[in-house]
Design a protein. Structure first.
Length: 139
């Protein structure tokens, strides 16, 4: 079995999580930083991660609006999904991530992390929650 990786796409960051080889547990991996909306830079850095981890598929958070509609941020995720599929050639599975950033923030508040530490960790933690959601939902 191969790993699966989870992604949380923001305007300037891409949080990355990786599963273990048995695909049971999601782990924090890293955060890619790039200039605002420079998704080409994010993609070139993601390619390096993919060649290191050799995942069988990628799980990408889809930030729908609370009413379930596709807004501006969700459209960016859909465009990034298409870019990954065409440039990297891996299957990309979308996971509704409406509450993952809020959950990540809540977990870090409970852990009493400083505002500065929370800011640096929210992306990878959100990616980990997205990936764990996917892993838990499989039969």
């Amino acid at each position: 079995m191969k790993r699966v990786i989870g992604l949380d796409l923001g305007d300037k960051t891409l949080g990355i999580a990786s599963s273990d080889l048995s695909q049971m547990i999601a782990n924090v991996y890293s955060t890619i930083r790039f200039e605002q909306n420079d998704f080409d830079s994010a993609m070139s850095q993601l390619k390096k991660v993919v060649s290191e981890l050799e995942p069988e598929k990628i799980i990408l958070g889809l930030p729908k609006n609370m009413d379930g509609s596709i807004g501006f941020q969700a459209q960016k995720a859909l465009d990034f999904k298409a870019k990954i599929e065409s440039e990297i050639g891996l299957e990309v599975v979308l996971i509704d991530e409406r509450l993952t950033s809020k959950m990540a923030e809540s977990i870090m508040l409970q852990a009493d992390l400083s505002r500065k530490k929370r800011k640096t960790k929210v992306d990878t933690l959100a990616a980990t929650l997205i990936l764990q959601t996917y892993l838990d939902r499989r039969p």
